[in-house]
Design a protein around this ligand. Structure first.
Ligand SMILES: *Cc1c(COP(=O)(O)O)cnc(C)c1O
Length: 406
C-alpha cells in the first residue's frame, strides 16, 4: 500500500469536487471582536461575520475575570478524568448553574457539545433495551454519530415533519422504548422545530425527547435557556443538550435532565468517564457567562436588532436569504464555485470574513454564505458588508429578488 499516495489521491479528489476546506488563520483581538487579523498569505485586518460567538461573550469582562481568577487560584488543568481526579469545585458549581438554567434536577458536563451528544445518545440508545431512536433528518453530525455508535434501531423522520414522525411512532408498540432526537434552532437554515407538538407526540406514544439547543442557549428565553425556555417547555423535555462554546463564548458541552438520567450517563458513558475534565478556568468562564446572560437581556436585544437590520438591508438590494425566525441569515448563492469565490473576494478586497458553506454541510444547489450578526458589529461594519455584497452580486451575475420598496 502506498499510504501517502492514498492520502494525496483522496485530497486531490476533494479539491476537484470543490469541497476541499481551507481554514482562515485568524487572530482575534480581545475587546475588539469582531475585528481580527488574518494571518493568511498576506496579513490584514478583517471583520468576522460568521462566528458562533453570537453575543461576543468570548471577550466579556465577567468571563475574562472569572477565567483569570480561576487560573491564578487553581492552576491550568483539571488533573485527570472526573472519575480519577478531575472533579473540581468549579465543575460542581457549573453543573448547578446549568441545571438551574434549564429548570432540571441535574446537569452533566462534557468536554464539548459534540462529545455530550455522542456520549449521551450512544449510551441511552445502547443501554435501554430495544430502544428505537427517531432522529430528525437534519440532525447534527454529533447526534448521528452517537446514534450510529449505539447500534440501536434508528428511523429518520423528514425534517420537522410531524405527520411523518407520528406515522413512525404509531407503527410501534406503545410499550417499546423510544427516543425522539431533534434540535431547536437548525444551524444552516435557521428554522425552529415545533417543540410543543413533538412533546405532544412523545406523550401520546410513550417516547423520551432529546433536544439539542446548541444554537439557542444564551440567545433565547428570558434567561437564555433556549427556545424551550422561551416557549415554557423545558419541563416537558427528557434531555436538553447545549454547548458552552457558541453563545456562551467559551468551551464545553452538557446535558440537563433528571438526577437519575444524569447519574446514569455519568456512570455508563465512556465519552464522559475516560477523558480528562475541562480545565477549571474554562469551567469558571462558562459559569460566569451563563450567570451574566441569565440576568442581562441587553446582548440578546442588541443581537436581535442587528439581525433585523442586516435582513432589511439585504432585502433593500434584493439579495436572497432564507426568511427564518432565528438569528441565522443564510444568504443563498446556489453554486459552490461562486460561493467560494464570493468568500475569497470578500476577504481579499473588503476585509470581510464569511466562510462559504458548501456540500456536504448543505445539499448541493443550496450553497450559501451564513451570516451571523452580533451585538458587537457596528453600523459601519454593516454598511461595508452590504456595499460589498451589492457589488459582488452583480459581478458574479447572481439573481436578485424584486427590490423591497425603499
Ligand atoms: C456545534 C454543534 C454541536 C457541537 O457543539 P460543540 O460544543 O461545538 O462541540 C452540537 N450540535 C449542533 C447542532 C452544533 O451545531
Amino acid at each position: 500500500m502506498d499510504y501517502d499516495g492514498f492520502f494525496a489521491g483522496s485530497l486531490a479528489r476533494l479539491r476537484n469536487e470543490g469541497n476541499y476546506r481551507v481554514f482562515a488563520d485568524l487572530e482575534r483581538h480581545c475587546g475588539q471582536f469582531p475585528q481580527a487579523t488574518n494571518r493568511g498569505a498576506e496579513t490584514r485586518e478583517v471583520t468576522i461575520w460568521c462566528s458562533n460567538d453570537y453575543l461576543g461573550m468570548g471577550q466579556h469582562p465577567d468571563v475574562l475575570v472569572a477565567m483569570h481568577d480561576a487560573l491564578d487560584k487553581v492552576g491550568a488543568g483539571a488533573g485527570g478524568t472526573r472519575n480519577i481526579s478531575g472533579t473540581t469545585h468549579h465543575h460542581v458549581l457549573l453543573e448547578a448553574e446549568l441545571a438551574d438554567l434549564h429548570g432540571k434536577e441535574a446537569a452533566l458536563l462534557f468536554t464539548s457539545g459534540y462529545v455530550s451528544n455522542w456520549a449521551a445518545l450512544s449510551t441511552l440508545a445502547s443501554k435501554i433495551p430495544d430502544c428505537l431512536v427517531l432522529s430528525d433528518a437534519l440532525n447534527h453530525a454529533s447526534m448521528i454519530e452517537g446514534i450510529r455508535h449505539a447500534k440501536a434501531e434508528r428511523q429518520i423522520w423528514r425534517h420537522n415533519d410531524l405527520a411523518h414522525l407520528e406515522e413512525l411512532l404509531a407503527a410501534q408498540p406503545l410499550e417499546r422504548p423510544k427516543l425522539i432526537a431533534f434540535e431547536s434552532v437548525y444551524s444552516m437554515d435557521g428554522d425552529i422545530a415545533p417543540i410543543a407538538a413533538i412533546c405532544d407526540l412523545a406523550d401520546k406514544y410513550n417516547a423520551m425527547t432529546y433536544l439539542d439547543e446548541v444554537h439557542a442557549v444564551g440567545l433565547y428565553g428570558p434567561r437564555g435557556g433556549g427556545i424551550a425556555e422561551r416557549e415554557d417547555l423545558m419541563g416537558r423535555l427528557t434531555v436538553i443538550e447545549g454547548t458552552l462554546g457558541k453563545a456562551f463564548g467559551v468551551m464545553g458541552g452538557y446535558i440537563a435532565a433528571s438526577c437519575d438520567l444524569c447519574d446514569f450517563i455519568r456512570s455508563f458513558a465512556s465519552g464522559f468517564i475516560f477523558t480528562t475534565a475541562l480545565p477549571p478556568a474554562i469551567v469558571a468562564g462558562a459559569a460566569a457567562s451563563i450567570r451574566h446572560l441569565k440576568q442581562s437581556c441587553a446582548e440578546r436585544a442588541a443581537q436581535k436588532a442587528k439581525v433585523a437590520e442586516v435582513r432589511a438591508r439585504l432585502d433593500a438590494i434584493g439579495i436572497p436569504h432564507i426568511d427564518n425566525p432565528s438569528h441565522i441569515i443564510p444568504v443563498m448563492v446556489g453554486d459552490p464555485v461562486k460561493c467560494k469565490y464570493l468568500s475569497d473576494i470578500l476577504m481579499r478586497d473588503y476585509g470581510i470574513y464569511i466562510q462559504p458553506i458548501n456540500y456536504p454541510t448543505v445539499p448541493k444547489g443550496t450553497e450559501r454564505l451564513r451570516i451571523t450578526p452580533s451585538p458587537v458589529h457596528s453600523a459601519a461594519d454593516i454598511d461595508l458588508l452590504i456595499a460589498a455584497l451589492e457589488v459582488l452580486w452583480t459581478q458574479c451575475q447572481l439573481a436578485r429578488l424584486p427590490m423591497a420598496a425603499q
